[in-house]
Design a protein around this ligand. Structure first.
Ligand code: PAF
Length: 281
């Protein structure tokens, strides 16, 4: 596995691979890797000749009161995991390289970036869209891999690729969960054991909603109210709990065939998000 820190070198490497008709799969990450990330790397390896992964804790997507400073950075461990997973290039840019003095561009992802998580994290999705656009231009992938756990991020990135005509395919892979259902997240390590127990209610509630719909219920507003009532006692705050259209994330007032159930909760001080996608039931 080769390490590259300089964007121009990464672009040169990518151009050389393209000349040899080699395809590149790209897995952008903020490090603190878990099975979710590794499942993306495995898919990228299967579907491309070469795999680039990036590790960059992107300051632009953190709010002033968020966890940028304490975000876990187990860089040696991450390197080892990527090497073992068969990654060809790990891209490790610095914040100065990504955002040199005077950099002030920002990509506004539009209304979809301002609802749900966007309401509670103003500027977050602009930060994500901007860094992902830069990373795409640096890594020059044929396919880029993201986890469905960050469902809204996936919608933002699909819109970005379509809207700015990036010549690449966005691949969304299923959320990887712990045995008890908790969605894997780099932030799970913030949970103490009591919080970790309580956090199970998040996925359990989402699965409950899915089971209700699968069993034939169509009264989604009532299901939503009942779900919130189930979840409330376990968590410290529900920021949102929505049943939405999977394309534009608009909240649904009535049943439709394709839906996504999304939530963001605080458990202790840790903000956790999760979702389930329902299609063709
Ligand atoms: O999902 C993440 O880890 C980040 O939001 C991403 C896509 C790497 C952009 O910083």
């Amino acid at each position: 596995m080769k390490e590259i820190r300089n964007p121009e070198l990464l672009q040169k490497w990518a151009a050389a691979q393209k000349r040899r008709s080699r395809t590149i799969g790209f897995v952008p990450t903020m490090g603190a890797l878990h099975e979710g990330h590794l499942s993306l790397v495995r898919a990228a390896k299967k579907e491309n000749d070469l795999v680039t992964a990036s590790i960059f804790v992107n300051p632009a997507q953190f709010g002033p009161k968020e966890d940028l400073k304490k975000y876990p950075r187990p860089i040696q461990r991450d390197r080892e995991l990527l090497r073992k997973a068969g990654v060809d290039i790990v891209f490790l840019p610095s914040a100065k390289t990504m955002y040199p003095e005077g950099f002030s561009l920002s990509i506004d992802p539009g209304p979809v970036g301002r609802i749900l998580c966007g309401k509670f994290r103003p500027g977050h999705f602009a930060g994500v869209a901007t860094v992902v656009a830069k990373l795409f231009n640096m890594a020059q992938p044929d396919k880029a891999y993201f986890g469905a756990k960050d469902y809204q991020q996936c919608v933002v990135i699909k819109n970005l690729v379509r809207g700015l005509d990036f010549d690449l395919q966005v691949k969304i892979l299923p959320t990887i969960r712990e045995k008890d259902g908790l969605a894997m997240s780099s932030r799970n390590i913030y949970l103490d054991s009591g919080e970790r127990q309580r956090a199970r209610a998040i996925s359990q509630t989402l699965f409950w909603v899915r089971s209700q719909i699968l069993s034939g219920r169509r009264d989604i507003l009532k299901i939503k109210r009942q779900a919130i009532a189930r979840l409330k006692p376990a968590v410290d705050r529900i920021q949102y709990f929505e049943i939405a259209d999977p394309e534009n994330l608009k909240s649904l007032g009535r049943y439709q065939l394709r839906m996504v159930v999304l939530t963001a909760c605080l458990v202790g001080k840790t903000r956790l998000i999760d979702n389930v996608i329902m299609s063709g039931h």
